[in-house]
Design a protein around this ligand. Sequence first.
Ligand code: FUB
Length: 341
Amino acid sequence: SSPTAKTAATDTAAKKTTYLSEPLIKEIYTADPSAHVFNNKIYIYPSHDIDAGIAENDNGDHFAMRDYHILSMDSIGGKVTDHGVGLNIKDIPWAGRQLWAPDAAYKNGTYYLYFPVKDKKDIFHIGVATAKDPAGPFKAEAQPITGSYSIDPAVFTDTDGTSYMYFGGIWGGQLQRWINGKYANESKTDSKQPDAPAISCKVAKLTADMKQFDGPVADAVIIDSLGKPLLTKDSTRRFFEGSWMHKYNGKYYFTYSTGNTHFLCYAIGDKPTGPFTYKGVFMKPVQGWTTHHSIIEVKGKWYIFYHDTELSGKTHLRNIKVTTLTHNTDGSIQLIDPFGK
Ligand code: FUB
């Protein structure tokens, strides 16, 4: 081949191993990082990936996590402290298996850790645990949140003090099995109706004590530029799992993963409950099947916490990272390439 072709091939190889940022912690595998600023420190609530020796499947059985380690750092780029186990599955009375992506919140002197786990009948619900210290240890409530199901809780507190939980994930996250709040045990993937509106992420207001849903669970609907809901077949744009909410210039930015097409996308609304108008991809696929993020503002700058599989090369043994997130003056988000272009 010509010298030019050789250079192009070398560049491609280099691209595959040049990552945008470093794993934040290398001693344990971590994923699904939900970051928050509490007491002027950055706390990260990730999943703690382990190799449980379970074969990979579309149900996600290989993600067999059993506890959470809470991490913190004084500043972006600073030393990362592992505060050890903040909650163990054996201390959750109703838990069966698979402690998946958590989130945290603070209100009136108490920290809340929200976590999805399968119950003893192998059905995902969402629980809550409390602590007086953001690093835990957290004590789980005896039962899951009433009316909760599926995975990936993300709790957002609006500027008026009202908190909302976004939750859900299709396929292994079981969201497709819940019809009108009832478990139907149907499709293993999605609605199986390609031309029907896609299954939506769910949103519920939280009670003042942050431990229950205050009112009904609603759909966080994503619409296209014509106001029509995204369809099931629109797999590069529709919601799959891993939602997050941040408010920027008075607008509500709903961000999420498209799962099997591996994008992080954003959609903007005028209310925390949506609808949200699809705007585009803001992060290209990372190494590994899953892509899951959180977005926070630290001292006037915005950051995205995310994960990939740089350390292990295995899809269920992930490592968390952080990089900058930039809002353009027109409100759009700059596209991030996790391989640094
Ligand atoms: O970590 C287990 C699952 O993988 C999460 O709940 C999903 O968001 C995906 O990252």
